[in-house]
Ligand binder design. Structure first.
Ligand code: ATR
Length: 262
């Protein structure tokens, strides 16, 4: 029986076990997937259990996407570019870190046929997932990428890697076509007051959060007449890419898959 897990802190909210266990069953793969609440100091031991095949693959979520990196043998080029790992597997006896959030975001936009080419994007938040969104937007030839974060220095730190993005002061909203909430604001029904109610009705509001399915960020945008989308498909696609890396099997993404996360 193969063993997989997702590590994070907190981890209770994670729907990864539900999705992966569903796909294991559908594809008749003998495996289990669980969530593990981890302390930072337990990371080396966890990586060792991947190295000695006690665990066959791991997803990494907040706040460890960056802190697992020193313990890995190598990184995919995309994990390197973003300094962010959300999937760990063993390849040729080496423990490798991948980043499937990038493809997750790209495929989620393609799923709804939203084209960012030559558009202006505003990203709110400079946490763990933001570099992946920036890289995905760049790959899709987004023209201007603005980044704003409550703590200005964290946005500046990301600009060291992505030199052509523009940092906006918190509350200073540039003209944009798509705005992405990449913060944790909304997980517990909070809102931020960024003046986004005054931007008109022809924008696209994307929230990385999928649980709750409609944050106040999306609710307000919709009330103002804007197009909105939550992070459910991004979540499904990043999991799909991890599943393929581990099992070399392409699970189906169909209505039943989408429904189990509702
Ligand atoms: P981490 O920062 O550990 O990577 P994360 O969940 O990936 O964790 O990121 C949290 C993001 O949500 C950060 O951009 C954070 O802003 P700060 O860098 O200023 O902390 C943002 N965030 C969390 N609570 C917020 C709030 N009440 N208002 C605005 N931004 C908030």
């Amino acid at each position: 029986m193969k063993k997989f897990c997702v590590i994070g802190n907190p981890i209770d909210h994670s729907l990864s076990p539900k999705l992966h266990n569903f796909w294991f069953e559908k594809n008749k793969i003998e495996a289990t997937y669980e969530k593990k609440l981890l302390e930072e100091k337990e990371i080396p031991e966890l990586i060792e259990s991947i190295r000695n095949s006690e665990i066959n693959g791991v997803n990494v979520t907040v706040p460890f996407k960056n802190s697992v990196i020193p313990f890995l043998d190598d990184l995919s080029s995309e994990a390197k570019k973003t300094n962010s790992v959300n999937t760990i597997c063993v390849e040729k006896n080496k423990v490798i870190g991948h980043n499937t959030d990038i493809a997750g975001f790209e495929l989620a936009l393609r799923y709804i046929n939203y084209d960012v080419k030559r558009k202006k994007a505003l990203i709110i938040g400079a946490g763990g997932v933001s570099p992946s969104i920036i890289l995905a937007l760049k790959k899709m030839e987004c023209e201007n990428i603005y980044l704003t974060n409550r703590t200005f220095e964290k946005a500046e730190k990301i600009k060291e890697t992505f030199k052509d993005i523009t940092i906006q002061k918190w509350g200073d909203i540039p003209e944009f076509d798509i705005v992405i909430n990449a913060t944790s604001v909304g997980l517990n029904n909070e809102s931020f007051d960024l003046g986004l109610n005054n931007v008109g009705n022809n924008k696209f509001f994307y929230d990385v959060i999928y649980n709750p399915s409609e944050t106040n960020f999306l609710k307000d945008a919709k009330l103002n007449g804007n197009k909105t989308e939550n992070g459910r498909m991004m979540f499904i696609y990043q999991a799909h890419q991890s599943f393929v890396l581990w099992n070399k099997v392409l699970p189906k993404i169909d209505e039943e898959t989408i429904k189990i996360l509702r």
